[in-house]
Design a binder for this molecule. Structure first.
Ligand code: AMP
Length: 389
């Protein structure tokens, strides 16, 4: 017998069955992407999954492959017009894309998998007629409810729910529809939720939907950080506040994200900045959802100059391009450092990331740099006059 191809070996190690491996061998997929590597075994295991991953990460196949496998293996016996797999998506475009991935990855399977994408803005009649026998229904929330109301489809036997681009679903104002859809589902089911960001709204819905989920976050690779210009300054503890103000003012930063080590420090730093005439707000887990959202909105639209955040919350801050990021306190781990500076210099535009390092922080800063394999010269700030900063 000939050796299996590397593609097959990579995907086999995730637990995918022979028929799917055959499909993959004939596809352009050569090896699993990081989200696939982590999500596929968890989904096959029957776990709920929370995947923080953007389009382009391979997140669609990360759930399509194990869902197909479950469909083939479980052979659920469904009553008429009951679907076993429901994929909720925010837009018509995503609905058709997801359906295409299901179809692409089920070509050549021993049994046909019946999929259908439904969305608003087109006639409902063909959708109603075509619903019989559908195994994978991909739907935008509004149209799905129309179909439910006209009894074209029933959701009470759904085995697997996928919420794709959950952040967008909520941004587009589908919260009520999603709540109603959830109320129509059986309690016992598997839930897979994917989102590009983890903001407060998504966090709230994950808490309702997911049961002990496997949380998978696809972090940016350190090499993505090369677009970012990094500088580090040695600043004694007692000069950190004035130096931060000096940095913001002297470089005329209009939009800057500042990181602190704790919620208390975030509040303190924001307060100090405000008292010195620099518009700043802290955002962290102890603030209300409304306060966090307001601060983020103000920061995005440019009315708030400085947003002070802790590492945990920063993951939910999705801003396409941030010119400046300042680490006021060092992060605990190198991974957090990558996350922080990865917030700037996106989309081919250079950004600048500054790190404030106290003499006591120096050994830890060395560890971070070693892990990242990037060395930044520590600049002295002793000569800078911070009087009046
Ligand atoms: P997605 O993030 O799901 O929107 O996928 C982005 C693109 O990556 C799609 O065009 C997929 O066909 C492709 N893709 C997904 N997984 C793989 C893989 N393992 N190898 C190569 N391409 C992939």
């Amino acid at each position: 017998m000939s050796e299996p191809s590397p593609t097959v070996s990579f995907f086999r190690s995730l637990g995918l069955s022979e028929v799917l491996l055959k499909v993959l061998e004939g596809s352009t997929y050569k090896r699993p992407t990081p989200i696939q590597e982590q999500a596929i075994p968890a989904v096959l295991f029957g776990k709920d999954v929370l995947g923080i991953a953007k389009t382009g990460s391979g997140k669609t196949a990360a759930y399509v492959l194990p869902v197909l496998q479950q469909l083939l293996e479980a052979r659920w016996n469904m009553q008429s017009r009951h679907v076993p797999v429901l994929v909720l998506v925010p837009t018509r475009e995503l609905a058709t894309q997801v359906e295409a991935v299901f179809n692409e990855l089920s070509i050549g399977l021993p049994e046909r998998v019946r999929t259908m994408a439904v969305f608003g803005g087109v006639s409902i009649n063909p959708q109603m007629i075509g619903m019989q026998g559908v195994q994978v229904l991909i739907a935008t929330p509004g149209r799905l409810l129309d179909l439910v109301d006209s009894k074209a489809v029933h959701l009470s036997e759904v085995k697997i729910l996928v919420l794709d681009e959950a952040d967008k679903v909520l941004d587009l104002g589908f919260k009520e529809e999603v709540d109603r859809v959830l109320s129509l589902l059986p309690r016992k089911r598997q839930n897979l939720l994917f989102s590009a960001t983890l903001n407060a709204a998504v966090d709230a819905i994950t808490q309702v939907v997911l049961h002990k989920p496997e949380v998978i976050q696809v972090t940016p690779e350190p090499q993505e950080v090369v677009l970012i210009q990094q500088r580090a300054f040695r600043v004694p503890q007692e000069r950190k506040g004035p130096f931060l103000r000096y940095l913001i003012r002297s470089m005329d930063m209009r939009q800057v994200l500042v990181f602190t080590a704790s919620t208390h420090a975030a509040d303190h730093v924001a307060e100090k900045l405000r008292r010195n005439g620099i518009a700043a707000e802290a955002t962290h887990g102890k603030k209300s959802n409304q306060a966090r959202q307001q601060a983020l909105a103000d920061f995005k639209n440019g009315t708030l100059r400085v947003l002070v955040a802790t590492d945990l919350l920063s993951r939910g801050i999705d801003i396409e391009f941030l010119p400046y990021v300042i680490s006021y306190d060092l992060p605990r781990s190198p991974k957090d450092h990558v996350h922080r500076i990865g917030r700037t210099g996106r989309a081919e535009r250079p950004g600048e990331a500054f790190t404030i390092v106290t003499p006591e922080d120096q050994p830890h800063f060395k560890v971070i740099q070693k892990k990242m394999k990037q060395w930044v010269t520590l600049e002295s700030t002793d000569e800078i006059d911070l009087q009046g900063a």
